[in-house]
Structures are given as structure tokens and as C-alpha cells.
Write a protein that binds this ligand. Sequence first.
Ligand code: GTP
Ligand code: SPV
Ligand code: MN
Length: 600
Amino acid sequence: MPLAMTPPANLTSGPATPKTAHPDVLKWVEEITQLCQPDQIHWCDGSEAEKESLTQQAVDAGILIKLNQEKLPGCYYHRSNPNDVARVEECTFICTRTPDAAGPTNHWMAPAAMYEKLYALCKGAMKGRTMYVVPYLMGPPGSPLTKIGVEITDSIYVVLSMRIMTRMGQIAWDQLGTEGKYTKGLHSMLDINPERRFIAHFPQDNTIISVGSNYGGNVLLGKKCLALRLGSYLGRIEGWMAEHMLILGVESPTGEKTYVAAAFPSACGKTNFAMLIPPKEFDGWKITTVGDDIAWMRPGPDGRLYAINPEAGYFGVVPGTNFTSNPNAMISMSKDTIYTNVALTPDLDVWWEGKDGDPPAECLDWKGNPWTPASKEKAAHPNSRFAAPMINNPALAPEANDPHGVPISGIIFGGRRATTLPLVFQAFNWIHGVYIGATMGSEMTAAAAGTVGQVRRDPMAMLPFCGYNMGDYFRHWLRMRKLLKRPPKVFHVNWFRKGEDGKFLWPGYGENMRVLKWIIDRCRGRVPAYETPVGWMPEPVDIDMVGLPEKDVTNLGEALSLNLEEWKREVLLQDELFFRLYSDLPKELIFQRELLISRL
Ligand code: GTP
Ligand code: SPV
Ligand code: MN
């Protein structure tokens, strides 16, 4: 049968003209057109004119509200359906051929059954709507690590957000050529019904289908779906790593540059850490942001691990962000930003819990209901987000566009833990580091639907994002060691330990520079550490506390303390995950556990 090389005749004028001659893209778009039956097709080119016209259409349709352009130039406001405000792990599936390949931590369905189910839901789903064909790059143009995706969507909000979050448009068609490989992504909002919400990944077909949602993590298919779930699957086959990690550069007063990557679970501080501004006592130290959420890493010719940020924007948590906690994020979202589910003030400004200044006397909350400071409900949803281009970030590292990536000297794991986990410790070696990452725990946050506050194991912050069997993922981490001559040093941090009064022991945010400096100095082998049962640790005097209030200095001892009884309970809690993964767990991790118990 000949390939369908052109779209149907009634769809060939204006924006319906394909922007690519890639035969497989044309064939697939034709197939999806027949299935979803849109009224119109729009092939995106990523141009400024396209952005303006789509934005105007979104405003006319009430999908976006134009914010106060004097205060927030180029900024728009969006409210999602109240039933659709976060990622839903319950509806997220890895459709490998066998359930074993997806592993016990993922939901699985056989590919044929899932395709049948989703194609039935998509049949005629775009009648009366426009279908957008969105080409995008994940990674800097020309990088050997960069991947190409094409997302078909019926959501104009998705198109405008993808334009911020990825390198979207003609640049991707050009890199694709007529023979390039790409990830297929199909998204339809359907009727935004949680009963018909599925985020399905077909690793063997390099395909994603997402229906029934219009919330970022479920529908911006380049991000969690491609860059992490399919990315991790491909990375295992191709010998690289796709990780839920920020990447930052540390510049010392002498101009020495060191790069670290850090994996913290969702809403546990990656964006904040990636944009950190050192305290004034750290004169001459500077942090630059390579990425705030995702790292793709592969061994370089010199035997070090090199990382790129596949994204081009930030999809960041808004509540709690202010000019004290994260000035660079505040500036990043001051223009050309889409806000979702924050509160809207009468003068078309935005507000959220934790913003600088007093709350507005009145506003509309994230659902559009009148809100005053006396209201019991929150004005902004706890998982309200901003989508801002990375170019807005005053601390953006120019290396974010370097196709070679940056050499990683340290990998930092961390979680949100009220007890047990000290402020910082260092793994004895790579294998021990893999164990520390694999046994990471964190209190759940609003970034995913579920029970906020409950501690769960979230290995390497990848529990919701690993596209295959978690046991094999650990094995891949162990195997990467053999491909590296100079592996990064591995650390664990906890900014969230609490004292008896229920308050955080560590001031956090910009002050995290003090811990980061110890980490950098350890990477460069120039500060001491002492051996504990859990790893190498600093003495309180090894952390530079100059300029901090007395209370923080006093609390440091407790923040760094080890309670061996708590640690014994911790090891038992880790078993919950190890039991689930038992048949696939690499023996190295079981040995590490035994060694830890014997040290305790
Ligand atoms: P995702 O985008 O969901 O992957 O999250 P993220 O890891 O980038 O989290 P983010 O930096 O947005 O932080 C989320 C929440 O953690 C915000 O409410 C912050 O205010 C809070 N937070 C970040 N850093 C710190 C810190 O050092 N100390 C304390 N106490 N809270 C912090
Ligand atoms: C996360 O939940 O880890 C995020 C936000 O970074 S989302 O893109 O919605 O997944
Ligand atoms: Mn994330």
C-alpha cells in the first residue's frame, strides 16, 4: 500500500500545510487525522507570528487570561479543571510486552489492549477542534544526546506551553530531516474526565498516548513522558542515563567551575537549588543553572559523566516562591510566562501563598471563586505552576546550550524527611551511592495526586518516572560505573529535618550554599570528613556558618546528628521496597544493606 504522503485535500491550505516531508510523520499524522477527525490541522513552526496568533485565539476562547501587561509583560493565566491539577500515577502506564519488563513499581497493560482502549477513546475525539502537530527538540540542537519528538494535541495550552518548555518548531523539523528518528506523542483532552484519563507509554514503539488531562506533567509529553520514562528506557539500551535531576554550576572566587546534578523528588527543592543565590558572606561564589528538573547524562571521552538539560524552560512550583526564597525564579516568571492555578487579583496580577507582601484584600482563587484573607481555602493550588523560558533566568548557565553538556563531579540525592536523615553525608563509593539513591525516602507532596506528607520510598526520585523495571534500573546504575573512569562522588542531603518544636532545623534556600561548598570541596578532595556508619560526614565546624543567626548555628549539631535507633527503623522501612523488587534486585544492593546493618 502506498504511503499517504499528503493530508486530506480539505486540510491543505494555510497552517494545514505540512512543514515536513518526513514520510513516516506524514503517514502517522494522516492516521491520527482519520482517527480523531479534527476540523482543522495546524502544523506548528514555532515562529513569533504563530505564538501571537495562537495566544490571541486562546484568549478569545477563554483558555488564557491576559495578565496586567505593565506588571507582567507577555504573561498569561490559565486555570485547569479542578479535577486535573497534578500528575496521576494511578493513570500512568508502561506498556511493555511483558509485565516483568515494566516491573512491580509501574502500572502495566499489554500494548495491544492499551492501543485498542485508547484508540476507541480517541475516535472522533477532535471533532469541532483543531489538531496541532508540534515538533520539538529535547536537548540543544546538534547534541548527540538530543532527541526529537512530535506531539499531536488538541490543546492550544499544550502548544503554547511546549513552545516555552522545549525548542519547538521548524528547528525540530530541520533536525528531523526526512529520515530522522522521533518519538510519537498523541494527546487529546477528551472531556477531562478522570475516569477516562490515561498516560500510556509504549517503549518498544517509542510512542506516548495521553488522554483525559490537560495538566502539565500529564500532557507536555516531552517532559516526564519522553525525557524520563522513554528516555530512561532508551538510556539503558544506549548506555546513558535519564534522571530526575537539576544540574548546576558552582563558580568559586578564583574562577574554578564545578558541576553537580541533584535528584530530589517532585516539589522537594530542585528548582530552588538550581537557582540558588549564595549568602553575602560567600563573596565571589556564583551558582549558574544548567537545568532544574531533568538531566541526560552519558560518559564522555575523558571518562567523566557529561550532562545536558533536555528542556528549554521551567515548569516550576509557584507557592512559596518569593524574592527571599528564590529571586531568580521570581525574575524568570516576570515575563513571557504562563501561570496555571495561582490566584488572580482585580488588577490582573497574580498571587499565591508565600509571595512577597501582604495578601490582596480580595481576589479570585485558582478555581475562580472570590477569595479574601479570611477564606479557609488556599488562594493558589499547592501545585500551581509557572512555565517560563530558561532564557529569563538571570543565573542561566551559557552551557545550557552546549551540545557537549557539562562534566558532573558530584551527584546529590535528597528527600523531604522530618527525622533520621542528616543534613549531609557522602557515600563511601559509587556502589554505596547507588544504594543510598535506591533507598531514598521522601514525604509525599502536592505534585502528584495522593496522600501528602506520608513517607514513601522514591528511588533516585524516579519512582513515578522510570520507564522499565526498577531492579534493572538499579543494575543500569551499577553498570554505568564500568563506563566511567572518573565517576562523580555521591552525596545525600536533607534540608527538611525538624526539631522537637516541629520547625526546620536548617534555614535552607540560599543557605544551602554552605552545604554545597562542603560537597564541592569533597569532590575536589580538599576538606576532611569523618567516617560514620552511614557514610562520610562533616563535623559542624566544617560547615561555614559565618553570618547566620545563633539559632541556626546551635541547630546545626542536631541537623547533622545520627540516631542509630532511628537508622535501624529506617533500614526496616527500606525493606518495603526491597521486598517488592526482590526477584529483580541486584545482589550488590542486598550486600550494601547487610554492610550498613553490621556498621549500625
Ligand atoms: P518539581 O518541579 O515538582 O520536580 O519540584 P522541585 O524539586 O523543583 O521543587 P521546588 O524547588 O519547586 O520546591 C518545592 C517546594 O519546596 C517549595 O514550596 C519550596 O519553597 C520548598 N523548598 C525548596 N527548597 C527548600 C529548602 O531549602 N528548605 C525548605 N524548608 N523548603 C524548601
Ligand atoms: C514533577 O512533578 O516532578 C514536576 C512537575 O516536575 S510535572 O511536570 O507536572 O511532572
Ligand atoms: Mn520534576
